[in-house]
Design a protein around this ligand. Structure first.
Ligand SMILES: Nc1ncnc2c1ncn2[C@@H]1O[C@H](COP(=O)(O)OP(=O)(O)OP(=O)(O)O)[C@@H](O)[C@H]1O
Ligand SMILES: [Mg+2]
Length: 253
């Protein structure tokens, strides 16, 4: 069998050439990193859960008309996606203070923000993904003003969708990060949501108990990450309820 071509290997995923031009296969690894990859571990089952959860959220976005890269899931760890030109920004939406905004502004973790706040980091591991302003983005040409208007509108729509989906299962969406890519239809360019939406890229707190159900469990050694992600998947109906007792995630179709 011909070996498929690896396009990119990142910290959490691998991209392979897809079956048709303009497609890629996204493979979800079990690797977890935090603090700009200073902390690393392999967490059994994480890739399977994130593949399935990202499928769930991206399909939900498609259903409400928010363009994204997801085409279909291939197997436990892989999904077919549309290849796009990733804008080198992490687009972060915050509803409550946590992480860097809490530190920067001296806010208590969990303080509700006056409104959803969108911010950007420049995707550059060597620099530790520094926060950048719209002015930087425009000046360095990473995106145009029209792109930024579209990015904010996409990010806020994703925020409304995800906040509602999580609220319905007793989870507070504190913040999340998305990546946006460009695709070309002839001379026309469109922006789509790319990369992944999973507990790796969101802060999720149980509404009742405040328990953390996201990558902070790994960052701050708060317990078993796979159990936390399995709980998120179970509440969303992505895994059968029996899966709560087993170590390994079980897929349902
Ligand atoms: N639809 C897509 N088309 C092209 N590239 C994509 C698409 N979706 C995601 N990517 C890119 O694939 C890579 C996924 O790998 P991973 O998330 O492991 O990277 P990473 O180690 O976090 O590094 P990076 O800083 O580049 O995100 C990322 O670089 C992401 O920007
Ligand atoms: Mg990444």
């Amino acid at each position: 069998m011909a070996r498929r071509k690896k396009i990119y290997e990142g910290k959490a995923k691998i991209l392979y050439e897809g079956p048709e031009p303009g497609t890629l296969i996204q493979y979800f690894k079990d690797d977890a990193t935090a603090f700009n990859a200073q902390k690393k571990a392999t967490i059994e089952g994480k890739g399977v859960l994130n593949n399935r959860l990202s499928e769930f959220f991206m399909t939900g976005l498609t259903n409400i008309g928010i363009p994204n890269h997801f085409i279909r899931r291939i197997n436990m760890r892989e999904q077919l996606i549309r290849q796009c030109e990733i804008i080198p920004l992490e687009v972060i939406v915050r509803n409550f203070a946590a992480g860097s905004i809490a530190k920067r502004l001296g806010l208590d973790e969990g303080t509700p923000l006056p409104r959803p706040v969108v911010e950007y980091s420049y995707k550059n591991d060597a620099l530790g993904d520094p926060m950048v302003s719209e002015e930087y983005i425009l000046a360095f040409g990473w995106a145009s003003q029209q792109d930024l208007d579209d990015i904010v509108s996409l990010a806020l729509r994703v925020n409304d969708f995800l906040s509602g989906v999580f609220y319905a299962v007793g989870i507070k969406l504190v913040d999340f990060k998305i990546e946006i890519g460009r695709i070309w239809d002839g001379d026309f360019m469109r922006l789509i949501v790319a990369d992944e939406i999973s507990p790796d890229s969101c802060r999720l707190w149980d509404i009742r108990t405040g328990q953390k159900l996201d990558k902070d469990v790994f960052r701050n050694d708060l317990g078993n990450l796979t159990e936390a992600y399995t709980e998120v998947a179970r509440r969303l109906g992505v895994l059968p309820t029996q899966a709560t007792h087993v170590n390994k995630p079980t897929l349902i179709n």
